[in-house]
Design a protein around this ligand. Structure first.
Ligand code: NDP
Ligand code: AKG
Length: 443
């Protein structure tokens, strides 16, 4: 141990300074699944840090996985069965933390990848959490609210032994929302015999949610976009932005970009997209979506497909929907100068290399979308102390944390000539490994 501070504000634990170890990039796997992408990213960080195979295996392997059967009695009396998962990837820095996803494509490997990304993300923004993620392979659009409530309560009951405010704390992700969190909190609390708001975050304000959580991921995206632009002396209010996904993340990101003076020229959802080169009226677009359920058909805008949106001639592209949309094929068409990853895992390893060769700056998911889990942490702290902060307090603490995480990542990237993703991953992996080693769990 050298005892001197690194740019991460921590001392390296191995004999050599891991941050100056020569980087050897592992070859990307042919498989472009989220798990293959996550494993490749980890292997790259591990090679840079000079960790041995045992530590690499530990970091690659989830601590605990649950696979639960979730039976549902449908409103019409028929029955159905869904598969639910919860993966606690790493808990060395604190309880597992991460969202719950309802989407038909959810499977154990996707949840493993998302849980691993949560570990690095929480470490990058220096939260006292490990990484976890959950999901159910269900299409929420096919079910009534009552059916979704029954599914959620059953899933929560099955997970009772492994979740809790000190062990694993869920939050909304794709296909779930504050209401889902309220059902989880209620089911958990009823089983324990008293109200335990800190078992979930992202819940409604009336049951102990935090101000600012609903928009936190998007606010964080805009903070890091502004920081990345600033490195090239580009003001936020001079750029055009295209956003894929108009849900909790993409929708609020569009609103905040517009509020801050950026021109949002295109957005999309599952059904397709809309574009207006002079800028979309985002407030009016929200009304349209509320009325019709989709951005498609928005008055005064032209249609654009999800794939076309990725190749629009804009300054900033924000993929904020599903994984793996920027591939070896679509990455070639990207014309944006900055890609800011609102979604988890939107860029495959092959696409990452293509974007780097084109000179595109990619602000990686584990940094760019960390604002959500940062305010989840604030919500957990507030619930534990039963004292709530004001919105300006939360906004200020979020801005500070995102700015300082961006600064650490950018400093390391510049120092060691790394991409922002490589630098972010190295910081996240190193902090996680250090916690693991210092607790003596690894000889
Ligand atoms: N919610 C959060 O706090 C955080 C979310 N994330 C990540 O952000 C991403 C989006 O999450 P979130 O906004 O919460 O999810 P939502 O379910 O709220 O919204 C998802 C959006 O993506 C759209 N979408 C779904 N599938 C596709 C597709 N194949 N092509 C184009 N658009 C699609 C949906 O369309 P439609 O409306 O038509 O269904 C919707 O607009 C995910 O990757 C999630 O993991 C990351 C950090 C935190
Ligand atoms: O707020 C949280 O706990 C986690 C949000 C999430 O799932 C994510 O960042 O991907």
């Amino acid at each position: 141990m050298t005892g001197r501070a690194t740019t991460l504000g921590r001392a390296p634990t191995s004999e050599e300074d891991p941050l100056t170890t020569t980087s050897t990039r592992p070859a990307p796997a042919a498989d472009a699944s989220p798990l293959a992408t996550a494993h490749h990213q980890l292997a790259t960080a591990v090679a840079h840090l000079g960790y041995d195979d045992g530590l690499h295996q530990m970091l690659a392997t989830p601590r605990r996985e649950m696979h639960v059967a979730v039976p549902l009695r449908r409103d019409d009396g028929s029955s159905a069965l869904f598969h639910g998962f919860r993966v606690q990837h790493n808990v060395s820095r604190g309880p597992g933390k991460g969202g719950l996803r309802y989407h038909p494509s959810v499977d154990i490997d996707e949840v493993r990848a998302l849980a691993m990304w949560m570990s690095w993300k929480c470490a990058i923004v220096d939260l006292p959490f490990g990484g976890a993620k959950g999901g159910i392979g269900i299409d929420p659009r096919e079910h009534s609210t009552a059916e979704l409530e029954r599914v959620t309560r059953r899933y929560t009951s099955e997970l009772m032994p492994v979740i809790g405010p000190e062990t694993d704390i869920m939050a909304p992700d794709m296909g779930t929302d504050a209401g889902t969190m309220a059902w989880i909190m209620d089911t958990y609390s009823v089983n324990r015999g008293y109200t335990i708001p800190a078992v979930v975050t992202g819940k409604p304000l009336t049951v102990g949610g935090s101000l600012g959580r609903g928009t936190a991921t998007s606010a964080g995206i805009v903070h890091v976009t502004a920081a990345a632009l600033k490195e090239d002396d580009v003001p936020l209010d001079s750029v055009s932005v295209a956003i894929q996904g108009f849900g909790k993340v993409g929708g609020h990101a569009a609103a905040i970009f517009a509020e801050r003076g950026a021109k949002v020229v295109a957005v999309s959802d599952q059904y397709g997209g809309v574009r207006a080169d002079d800028g979309l009226d985002v407030a009016r677009l929200f009304t349209h979506v509320e009325r019709t359920g989709s951005v498609v058909g928005f008055d005064g805008a032209d249609p654009v497909s999800n794939e076309e949106l990725l190749g629009l001639d804009v300054d900033v592209l924000v993929p904020a929907a599903v994984e793996g949309v920027l591939t070896a094929t679509t990455a070639h068409h990207v014309r944006a100068r900055w890609v800011v990853e609102g979604a988890n895992g939107p860029t495959t390893t092959a696409a990452d290399e293509i974007l780097a060769a084109k000179g595109v700056t990619v602000v990686p998911d584990v940094l760019a979308n960390a604002g959500g889990v940062v305010v989840s942490y604030f919500e957990w702290v507030q619930a534990n102390q039963a004292y709530w902060w004001t919105e300006p307090e939360i906004a200020e603490k979020l801005a500070w944390r995102m700015a300082s995480a961006y600064a650490s990542v950018s400093a390391l990237a510049r120092r060691d000539e790394l991409s922002l993703r490589e630098a972010a991953l190295i910081i996240g992996v190193q902090r996680t490994a250090e916690a693991h080693q210092i607790r003596g769990l690894y000889p």
